[in-house]
Design a protein around this ligand. Sequence first.
Ligand SMILES: COc1ccccc1CNc1ccc(C(N)=O)cn1
Length: 245
Amino acid sequence: MRFDVVTLFPALFDVLLDQGVTGRALIRGVAELHLWNPRDFTRDRHRTVDDRPYGGGPGMLMKVEPLRDAIAAARAQAPQSRVAYLSPQGRVLDQAAMVELSRRPGWILVAGRYEGVDERLIEGHVDEEWSIGDYVLSGGELAAMVVMDAVTRLLPGALGHADSAAQDSHTDGLLDCPHYTRPPEIDGRRVPEVLIGGDHAAIARWRLQQALGQTYRRRPDLLERRGLNQHEQALLDEFVRSRHD
Ligand SMILES: COc1ccccc1CNc1ccc(C(N)=O)cn1
């Protein structure tokens, strides 16, 4: 997976390069990251990338030309990549969307600053507009990093344990089950016996039941959207009953 990021602050991306899943994935060649600074595509003496909004109003906007030319340079090196602009006006991404994104050869992510970009940049040079959630950040860079992390960890070879991405919460539309590690008891709280017993079928059943129960309690909206098969419904019913007993 090739990521190209168009950003006025390339140094912000050092954190991805230095550590964690994305750092290792970049090192393992599972993903590659290329940065493009619109300021390098300016043609005036002052290397101007922003200007005042027509019609007045607070703040500045990013100009079309430097962004357009930076995107063109990225497209020339990554012709199969699609261009995505990160903004509060974009389609809100969930885990299913991240899975969709992880299936493409590459992405050119455009990180906006100031109050955003001239609309003609989006109309003429952006393929898709996305949001990581309904809130406003001071720049699109953190949104781009969130997308790159969520997508990269889904790529084969990115995580040590092949199926751990598959067991994530929000996988198959459920929240995660509770997790425990040593010691078996701490501060008077014990690990559920089923997890210590070693009966793998019982453990898998317990984990699914807990995921269903947690999702039912905390995010019934996710359960609505996902629907349950008969087995899952029976597990959930047992969970709910046991909580009322
Ligand atoms: C005022 O900032 C902007 C205004 C318009 C566009 C981009 C920005 C940059 N900020 C962003 C970017 C993305 C997200 C998100 N929710 O994905 C939140 N903020």
